[in-house]
Ligand binder design. Structure first.
Ligand code: OSB
Ligand code: MG
Length: 382
């Protein structure tokens, strides 16, 4: 008899960022994070992180909305009498959550917490579960890049200082956030200072089909890719951009499922894919996009959403799969937070190590969690 779900607890934690993170959609100064804790009937705990932001600037999801939809619609799907007697393997849980449309970040947080508990019960690492079809190709360390925000004061010299610091720490790739008015000049400055680094940009949807000349102006800087120049829905527009510029286009926000990834690739709207489980609706679904891309020879890399150690642990496990051939936005804890909720992730020679324990391999440090938590809610059987 497999264990069922006994209790679920939501924890809302306030995490001050080490520096404000400005993108084309706004500035984050602290991260308002929702963690989901699951306890099984055997007393095994699992953890998941909701990557939604405080306001709907990256996508339509936001933390208050996630709390509501989790509490009223998503969590009840796994706490019915029937669900409590059934298996809690990831495929069964995904089937239970499917009737709720949308809200991939809320669903991923719960599904990951349940998957973590289920894997811990089996003594299996998330990395090994996701990569079960190609065990000898899984990695123990993943190469890391860093996402550099737009300086609050729009100072190029501050940008160069920040990039220099990350390169000194060993990051293998630099990603610059761009928007109209903060694009060609900062990219030129970084490229001229470091002619040989791996460099890419991320517009978070800030351009339009009429701005293709602005994007083409960055072609001379030999960028690895430009991430999500146009609005999420505009796959055809991305295909037009991809045709007009020499820098490869990589979609982030647009890629919400495997069928969308397949459509975007078929339309030539993207030639590289940023995989973020919170945006896609889970780690298994993300693995499926990875598998499809790998078979097609399309490079993928692990995106990030300024996660704590909980979300980072799971992202690093995913990034251990062999198709993640480009460095991810999986930076060390200290790039984001003075104090992480888990033992800190530390950069070693430009890599992060995949945690060794079962499940996601990490858990919050109780005293740190207690200190940072500003709200929590308990949801028992219905
Ligand atoms: O578009 O990749 C993005 C952070 C928050 C929301 C969206 C994005 C980002 C990042 C940072 O670029 C990635 C990270 O280091 O976690
Ligand atoms: Mg992005």
């Amino acid at each position: 008899m497999t264990a069922g779900i006994d209790q679920i607890r939501l924890h809302r934690v306030d995490m001050p960022l080490v520096r404000p993170f400005r993108t084309s959609f706004g500035t984050q100064v602290t991260r308002d994070i929702l963690l989901v804790e699951v306890r099984t009937t055997d007393g095994v705990r699992g953890w998941g992180e909701c990557v939604a932001m405080e306001w709907p600037g990256y996508s339509y999801e936001y933390v208050d909305g996630c709390v509501d939809v989790l509490t009223d619609h998503i969590i009840p799907k796994v706490l019915t009498t029937e669900a409590r007697d059934d298996s809690i393997d990831p495929v069964t849980i995904a089937r239970r959550l499917a009737p709720v449309r949308g809200y991939p970040m809320a669903k991923t947080a719960l599904a990951t917490a349940i998957m973590d508990a289920w894997l811990r019960g089996r003594g299996e690492r998330l990395r090994d579960y996701l990569g079960a079809e190609y065990p000898e190709e899984l990695r123990e360390r993943v190469p890391c890049g860093v996402s550099v925000g737009i300086p609050i004061n729009l100072s190029i010299s501050d940008l160069l200082d920040e990039v220099a610091g990350y390169l000194d720490e060993g990051y293998q790739r630099i990603k610059l956030k761009i928007e109209p008015g903060w694009d060609v000049e900062p990219v030129r400055a970084v490229r001229e200072t470091w002619p040989h680094i791996l460099l890419q940009t991320d517009a978070n949807q800030a351009y339009s089909r009429n701005d293709i000349h602005l994007l083409r102006a960055m072609d001379p800087f030999e960028l690895l890719l430009v991430e999500q120049p146009l609005p999420e829905e505009d796959l055809l527009g991305h295909a037009l951009v991809a045709e007009a510029i020499s820098t490869p286009v990589c979609l982030d926000e647009s890629i919400t499922s495997l069928p969308v990834a397949q459509s975007a690739l078929a339309l030539k709207a993207t030639s590289i894919i940023n995989i973020k489980p919170g945006r896609i609706g889970g780690y298994v679904e993300s693995r499926d996009i990875h598998d499809f891309c790998r078979e097609k020879g399309v490079a993928v890399w692990a995106g990030g959403m300024l996660e704590t150690g909980i979300g980072r642990a799971a992202n690093v496990a995913l990034a251990a799969l062999p198709g993640f051939t480009l460095p991810g936005d999986t930076s060390a804890s200290r790039r984001y937070y003075g104090v992480d909720v888990t033992a800190p992730f530390v950069l070693e020679d430009g890599h992060l190590r995949v945690p060794e324990g079962p499940g996601i391999g990490v858990a919050p440090i109780p005293e740190v969690l207690a200190e940072l938590t500003n709200w929590s809610s308990f949801i028992g059987p219905r």
